[in-house]
Write a protein that binds this ligand. Structure first.
Ligand code: PMP
Length: 388
């Protein structure tokens, strides 16, 4: 029997067979007509997935951290003030990254599992003259979601650029870049976008591009400089060839397939499916008597769930037993609470069946750890959500 496990971590996720076929196809030249078409189409499709018709997409080989770096390197000049709306590990990372480019960084934080209130962010914005603010849409270390729509409104009121780290959100959580007034949204291929790891994906809106062109100093990061990549993106979108660095041919072909699948489902249907699967997962976790890191339902993401271990059960006890039952889950990530919780990713092409298998495996694992609970309660709670 094949030792097939279901990968239910917050990225990389399970990928569609058609995407994997594109990954495994013979690699063409980066100037082959089929590849030019795939790259051009992927760029066009990114605008639809990010809901940003007037945005400039960038597809560059690298991980999500490179996508963060692309925004930071191109928008920050030494001495610029930056506000980080910090909901965990990836907010800390964004602060470090912006400091490297000479930004004067201020963090606005909340208790672990919570997000700063809009009032707190408004007060921070009013207190200084910021050029840009970063927001982690879903902090993968806590499973906390921020109110990007409300934060973008504040950014507009204060004439501050807003950069959204959507690595754990884009194509899963509702994100309406243009309607909400988000200036840059970024992600990586391996999460809800549904393509193996290796691509940094950024869409920059008109205000962000204007701020880039208005720089007084050169971009200090050679590989990340938009001036190097923009002609390439523009060329491929016009179905021509440009060269700065060899594109990740198979990954871009696979990305184009995945973006096609996403748009075929439709963004609204996709947001709703993620919300439904998330409700089913969280209902199961509650029914099993486990707490969660996010302090409230409102603060909890729909792309992932961060349950707390029950008393007396550790990661070392539970996760190998869940894996033996067929499902791979992730441990904690936030340094301050790492041993206290685990993480379930449910994004991309995740189905009801995947979620029920996951809850079943968690129940099996918990039972084998000696945790006492009503067997089947989690699966029943999930099924009730799906049936409603
Ligand atoms: N931001 C968030 C919210 C993330 O979840 C991650 C990855 N888990 C990153 C940034 C960094 O992405 P990568 O690991 O692909 O560099």
């Amino acid at each position: 029997m094949k030792d097939r496990k279901l990968l239910m971590i917050p990225g990389p996720i399970e990928f569609e067979p058609a995407v994997m076929q594109a990954m495994g196809a013979p690699t063409t030249s980066h100037i082959a007509p089929d590849f030019i078409e795939a790259f051009g189409q992927a760029l066009e499709r990114m605008r639809h997935v990010f809901l940003c018709p007037d945005g400039q997409p960038f597809i560059v080989a690298g991980s999500g951290t490179l996508a963060m770096d692309l925004a930071g390197a191109n928008l920050v000049e030494p001495g610029d003030k930056a506000l980080v709306v910090n909901t965990g590990y990836f907010g800390d990372r964004y602060g470090d990254l912006l400091s490297r480019y000479g930004a004067d960084v201020t963090h606005v934080r909340a208790e672990i599992g919570d997000r700063p209130t809009l009032d707190a962010v408004a007060a921070a914005l009013a207190a200084d003259d910021y050029k840009l603010m970063t927001v982690t849409h879903v902090d993968t270390s806590t499973g906390v979601i921020t109110d990007v729509e409300g934060l973008a409104k504040l950014a507009r009121e204060h004439d501050v650029l807003i950069v959204v780290d959507g690595v754990c959100s884009v194509a899963g959580e509702m994100l309406r870049m243009a309607d909400w007034g988000v200036d840059v949204a970024l992600t990586a291929s391996q999460k809800a976008i549904g393509t193996p790891p290796g691509l940094a994906l950024v869409v920059a809106g008109p205000r962000a591009m204007d701020a880039f062109w208005a720089r007084k100093t050169p971009v200090p990061n050679y590989y990340a400089d938009w001036a190097n990549w923009l002609p390439i993106m523009e060329a491929y979108e016009r179905r021509r060839v440009g060269y700065f660095g060899t594109p990740a041919v198979n990954l871009i072909a696979a990305l184009n397939v995945s973006l096609g699948i996403i748009l075929q489902e439709g963004m609204e249907a996709r947001f709703e499916r993620h919300a439904l699967v998330s409700r089913a997962c969280k209902a199961a976790i509650k029914a099993l008597g486990l707490g969660q890191v996010p302090v409230s339902d409102d603060a909890a993401a729909t792309t992932m769930t961060a349950p707390r271990f029950p008393e007396g059960v550790t990661k070392e006890d539970l996760l190998p037993r869940v894996k033996a039952a067929g499902v791979v889950l992730a441990g904690g990530l936030h340094p301050k609470i790492k041993p206290e919780y685990f993480r379930i990713g449910h994004m991309g092409s995740v189905s009801q069946g995947d979620l029920l298998a996951t809850v079943g495996a968690i129940e099996t694992g918990l039972a084998r750890c000696g945790y006492s609970f009503e067997r089947g309660a989690g699966v029943a709670a999930s099924m009730a959500v799906f049936a409603a």
